[in-house]
Design a protein around this ligand. Sequence first.
Ligand SMILES: Nc1nc2c(ncn2[C@@H]2O[C@H](COP(=O)(O)OP(=O)(O)OP(=O)(O)O)[C@@H](O)[C@H]2O)c(=O)[nH]1
Ligand SMILES: [Zn+2]
Length: 354
Amino acid sequence: MNLKEYGYNDFFAAQFAELELPEQLIPGRVTAVFKHVMRVVSADGEHLAKTKSSSFRDALRTDWPAIGDFVALESHPSDTSLIHKVLERKSIFLRDDPDPDMPPQVVAANFDYCFLVNSANDDFNINRLERYLTVAWNSGANPVIVLTKADLSDKLSYYMDQLNAAAFGVPVFAVDSISGTGLDELRSLLSPGETIVLLGSSGVGKSSLVNALAGEERMKTSGIREDDARGRHTTTHREMHLLPSGIIVIDTPGMRGLGIGNAAAGLEETFQDIEEIAQQCRFGDCSHHNEPGCAVQDALENGTLARKHYANWEKLRKELAYNERKNNILLMRQDKQQWKAISKQHRAKPKKKV
Ligand SMILES: Nc1nc2c(ncn2[C@@H]2O[C@H](COP(=O)(O)OP(=O)(O)OP(=O)(O)O)[C@@H](O)[C@H]2O)c(=O)[nH]1
Ligand SMILES: [Zn+2]
């Protein structure tokens, strides 16, 4: 197996050389993460692997291997191989731990492109796209906008104009994953060995797009509900796919749990009334605090908008902003010291004797 096919390039090879690791260690890439074990590919094939405990004893949580990571591996082809080290990442997605005292987890690493998938139907939502765009830029990867289900829309040029305006300079592609229209243009952007991740609401056609790019069924797709133009949630596996064209696709359910997708959708639904009022503000980027002509402040004054409802909206908006910030790879590095202190506290808890 050639690790270059899995995206191993000069950036990682230079790091590997610089580390001056023991001779028996070889580079590998994490292609799947299960509960207690990982799958890693390397020049000598596919491995089941675990982290070497002594190497990770003092590691930060964000330094633990995640899907897409390049690692230094002690190869035991007929047994469990051992991961000694995770190489520095060039892009990253983080997700909160359900335990608020715990630092976030890495859900994916080392992707070159972040596909922001929208469908050209009732589900089209430019605000959501803007949020995904922030997440994508902060991850360290390049965003690419894909408008799916182009065949279903007679408003395609309207949608394209909106996307081009909202995401100036970001490439936008319209595709029909069923017939394959528009796929060649998208393919021409990508080179073998490059890794993509897909962000987008359930049912927009992420799996169909991967299958279309692969030219074969790699991922299960769902039927779409007629009533609300959303598909059912079908993707549950957590894997990296090497497509016949040499493109690598990372798909994990964790992508959808980034906080952004669901939180943002929830925000729009729960606070649709405020979002509608906010459309009347004089300034498009009104923060609704003390700008002149703020329709939200007016509604609070004259009582058409309840203070409590508004306060909840503010709180959620702050959380959303935090989630976006959390996915910023640079900020994450600055936060490392803080996480270090937190994980030390966790380790310092006395263990119960058995
Ligand atoms: N007409 C048309 N239908 C499409 C296209 N892309 C996807 N669909 C349909 O939309 C439905 C949902 O597609 P999926 O690919 O499962 O969507 P998904 O984003 O992977 O959904 P989750 O797995 O829930 O996140 C399926 O019925 C697809 O056949 C397209 O380009 N044109
Ligand atoms: Zn306002």
